[in-house]
Design a protein around this ligand. Sequence first.
Ligand code: NAD
Length: 734
Amino acid sequence: MKDFKYEVDQDGVAIITWDVPDKSMNVMSLEGFAELEECIDKALADDAVKGVVITSGKESFAGGMDLNIIAGMKERGGENPAKGIFDGVMKMHAILRKIERAGMDPKTNKGGKPIAAALPGTALGIGLELPLATHRIFAADNPKAKIGLPEIMVGIFPGGGGTTRLVRKLGVMGASQLLLEGKLNDPKRAKSAGVVDEVVPPEELMDRAREWVLNAKDADIVKPWDQKGYKMPGGDPYHPAGYMTFVGANAMVNGKTMGVYPAPKALLSAVYEGALVPFDTAIRIEARWFTNLLMNPSSSAMIRSLFINKEALEKGAVRPKDIPPQQVKKLGVIGAGMMGAGIALVSAMNGIEVVLIDQSQEAADRGKAYTADYMDKGIKRGKATPAKKEEVLSRITATTDYAVLKGADLVIEAVFEDPAIKAEVVKKVEAVVGEDCIFATNTSTLPISELAKASSRPENFIGIHFFSPVEKMLLVEIIKGKETGPRAVAKALDYVRQIRKTPIVVNDARFFYANRCIIPYINEGIRMVKEGVKPALVENAAKLVGMPLGPLQLVDETSIDLGVKIARATRAAMGDAYPDGDVDEVLFWMADQGRLGRKAKAGFYAYDEKGKRLGLWEGLAEKFPPAEDQPDVHEVQHRLLMAQVLEAVRAFEEGVLEDIREGDVGAILGWGFAPWSGGPFSWLDMIGAGRAVEICDHLEQEYGPRFKAPALLRELAEKGETFYGRFTDQKKAA
Ligand code: NAD
């Protein structure tokens, strides 16, 4: 056996220790399941064994299921992948059910062996579903541990019995946050939520579990749902209270997801249908819905982008090979404004020493105070301590003195978006730092290769583009200038890993990748307003296709004057080829009215005095009246999606984007591109290149050349190929 160890102690308690070799956290594999079954069989068959404790040889219990395996089940199903998945899932259920029933007589519920789970730390996914199948869960009092079922976050639901067991243990209401939001709790909170049964001091964990096993009576190990007269807490669907809960849950899920995600729907169906039947049938229903979900292309695409490829990028899938580790020890941040302050915060939080420079001491101090405020909020919410705050703050030196930068191995500038100011900063920094120091700019619009001209070491010059607010946004876009060398890329990637964000690496071109795609989305929305499409239709169409914000709300958030500034600069750079005159007409008029967006409490939306959004601004209709005939919602959605997606394809065709995985992960994390789709390339694969070209041809004819199908898309359509089929070796994961 490889993943599980089996031993029997002097009191006759079998200890099954999960300890996957060469991994920092246990993950479940098919082989692992087979081993676990072998251990359980041995314990149940051995008369000398009185009971079992399942624990882990690591600090944590388990991180979950290896999702590659779930994807693999589909592959192995061959001609009938649904059967492959269903059979695989049912096999897993049989093992867990064997643990739960523990050899007891099916009629009398007597004679089983007590089985407890002892969790030293984090227990996620199958790492909690397995304990839920045991008779009692002990968790060590480890405030850093996370306990929960986060499957919904990657587009599936807990399909290892966790859904059925948790609902039967806690009721629909009690389980809803855990299942529908993937909420994770520390052990104490998990106990008060009813997920674990006991929280004990870490050093007593094994003894307490062992003691319980030795003293448990027959009745202690029969699950409520295996007892006569079991009633679901809070009521089943035909109980008046339960009925209300189901109606509410449906409304809540559809309100939050707009119905675009298959996982919450499948989850609710499994819960509802499962609640009407005995446990073993409910498990089969759960397995059927789980299979149905995995057969849905949206789930495969979400798993691929949000789990497999996101993790691959974080672990350095695109990092230049053969460059030794480049961890940052001392970071310089120039410009302590909105972005600089955020960059200092996330870096100091992750143990990096930061020198934060601005033009005046006051501005630098203000930047540092941002970290203090952030930590104060954390203390209030019980997520940080005053000691932690002091520790983080002690890593940040706020100053105006460039000499303090001496010894920095990475410097990031986030000063005003002005090439002359940036060039001056480059010179000042290079005068004090060593030859090896990498210089990064956080510019959002200026070409990296142009800014690098101010540097005497352009191979050490790179773009590290953060999104706002830095502490919340998970994506960081790394931009290679023409002369950027591999060590600079490795440094940027290692730094992003240190601050625990997800990187993509792109080449230098106007607006890089994310902004290049998001600006056309905003513009398409504004253009429709000019054409007379009702703003509510534009906004709702966007949300109904899974965009977190409609284009008009988005421009209100990022500010309309910024839009005007970008439009002016783009027009100046493109001259007669500038295509967005209609957009500017609306945007510039809004700016002239002083409606600059949320910060001015006036934009495409109306706001109250506190800045709370009230609804779309009615005054807009006077200047841009809605047309009599309104387009079909799908037409609006196709325009909004294609505006972004075609830009992504062009970025890939032009080599700005080097890897479609980065294109998909970057789109979801960078600007919230319809996560259910797995990203723009996954979406195109899902509808098929042929259908995509058809949509483009129609949109081009109706609305102009910006919708012309890129040559690459047309070629894929002609050959019947997909992006993931052609450009990655990841067909398996799909
Ligand atoms: P900001 O105006 O909030 O902050 C800029 C700071 O730089 C100010 O504190 C200013 O005093 C300081 N500064 C100006 N000249 C300086 C100099 N010579 N030496 C030292 N400090 C100087 O701006 P911001 O929003 O933080 O943006 C900074 C950079 O980040 C810009 O290049 C911007 O394009 C880019 N960016 C912004 C966002 C965003 O959403 N705001 C997102 C990504 C990138």
